[in-house]
Design a protein around this ligand. Sequence first.
Ligand code: 1MF
Length: 182
Amino acid sequence: MYGLVNKAIEDLIVSRFGSDTWERVRRRAGVDVEGFISMDPYPDRLTYALVGAAAVELETPAEQLLEAFGEYWTRYTAREGYGELLDMSGRSFEEFLENLDDMHARISLNMPELRPPSFQVERAADGRILLTYVSERVGLAPMIRGLLRGLADRFEVDVDIETLPHDDGAPVVFAVRVLQRQ
Ligand code: 1MF
């Protein structure tokens, strides 16, 4: 994944737990890269190793860390110069979800090694948004839950997210109830 992702993980860990913890995570993960370059692609195994090492160091399940990281991502990218990209990608929570594939396509024009996931949006009879997530990467569904929370925060709505049952490797569907804040 692009270095921006690893930088965001580093930034989250440093800001919450300090740079000593980050150094221990990095060493445990066997990552000898000192400073990630946002625009350089890195092997996925490096990102997975960082999350795995952080799970051990922080004694927290990897799923929980992925969710926290997903939540952090929107704020981080907004701050790191992608605010305009986010602004252009929708004026509401639902519109943003509908535009995710277009947004990734736009990034891909400049970042040819991007391997973006794909999202499909439907509306359930009970009014919830059904978001289907298709990715060539495995195990990142918890991060998408966090991303949805981060996005909800950006659009100042509350969300209730249910991850529907699925087989390993099959597309994951999230049922999202959006509640306007009072
Ligand atoms: O392949 C990749 O390197 C990659 C990197 C990030 C693919 C996707 C993404 C973004 N995605 C991360 C989870 C991927 C899970 C998976 O592969 O199954 C999050 C997508 C997302 C979902 C819900 C809500 C918001 C989301 O993201 C918003 C977003 C997405 C991408 C970027 C910024 C915000 C982005 C911006 C610049 C990038 C890469 C991604 O790369 C650059 C470009 C220019 C200069 C420096 C880095």
